[in-house]
Design a protein around this ligand. Structure first.
Ligand SMILES: *[C@@H]1O[C@H](CO)[C@@H](O)[C@H](O)[C@H]1NC(C)=O
Length: 248
């Protein structure tokens, strides 16, 4: 059969511009079980799973559609015997179930933020401590070259967390998470609101500097863009994607 030029154009268009889904592989390199959560950004579809258990040493992969954007985080200290009673010590999404189903996590939690490019556009990704910290994480492109580098917060920020930002676990002593100064104190100077809104007025603080010292390659406050946003040419094949490692 002869293909018309229009058919060919559509066919080539699909090959070049369409269906270049990226995959995300999640690896739990921590010593305890984690419950991973995924949340799609406005206007993009949910990933096949919005929450799942990942034992120590285990990994799992999820396919994301082209142009997907959203965030990932880990929940810790989760338990729940009866239906609807699932609850986590950190990062809980409040659904009472392992699946977060479109609900955001309660801070503090270390966030991985991703925006996938399309049609030759770049992907953007970062690790953010703007909503605080719970577990170390890195996000690394699974391809070489093109200046693609890993964004990460590999340090245990809980160990460096100032007492006024600490979240203490049920044992009454272990620091299980570290709040952002905005959450803990609520002052506009820490939240980058009011007269501190905007990139020019919002500056690092003693608290954001604790985060930055521990994790130079992660967002430590809302306008910490210069050293914290990473970009990589959009995935060229369906198998390309990102590796998200907890406790890298
Ligand atoms: C897992 O964690 C150990 C330290 O506990 C580290 O040496 C190793 O590089 C990590 N592995 C990965 C794949 O990140």
């Amino acid at each position: 059969m002869e293909r018309s030029p229009l058919t060919m154009m559509i066919f080539v268009g699909i090959l070049v511009g369409g269906a270049q889904a990226a995959s995300f592989r999640f690896l739990n390199n921590c010593t305890s079980t984690l419950w991973v959560a995924t949340l799609a950004g406005a206007g993009t579809a949910s990933l096949p799973r919005t929450g799942f258990e990942l034992g120590s040493g285990a990994s799992a992969s999820l396919k994301a559609p082209p142009a997907w954007s959203g965030r990932f985080w880990a929940r810790t200290g989760c338990a729940g015997g009866s239906p609807g009673s699932f609850k986590c010590a950190t990062g809980d999404c409040g659904t009472g179930k392992i699946e977060c189903g479109g609900a955001a996590g309660s801070p503090p939690a270390t966030l991985v933020e991703v925006t996938l490019g399309t049609g030759g556009g770049a992907d953007f990704y970062d690790v953010s401590l703007v909503d605080g910290f719970n577990v170390p994480v890195s996000v690394a492109p699974r391809r070489r070259g093109g200046g693609c580098r890993a964004a990460s917060c590999p340090a245990d920020v809980n160990a460096a967390c100032p007492s006024e930002l600490q979240v203490v676990g049920s044992d009454g002593t272990t620091v299980v998470a570290c709040k952002s100064a905005c959450d803990a104190i609520g002052d506009p100077v820490f939240c980058c609101t009011g007269e501190y809104g905007g990139a020019a007025a919002c500056r690092p603080t003693v608290y954001s500097e604790v985060f930055k010292r521990a994790c130079p390659l992660a967002y430590s406050y809302a306008f910490d863009d210069a050293s914290s946003t990473f970009t990589c040419a959009a995935a060229a094949t369906a198998t390309a994607g990102y590796l998200v490692t907890f406790c890298p």
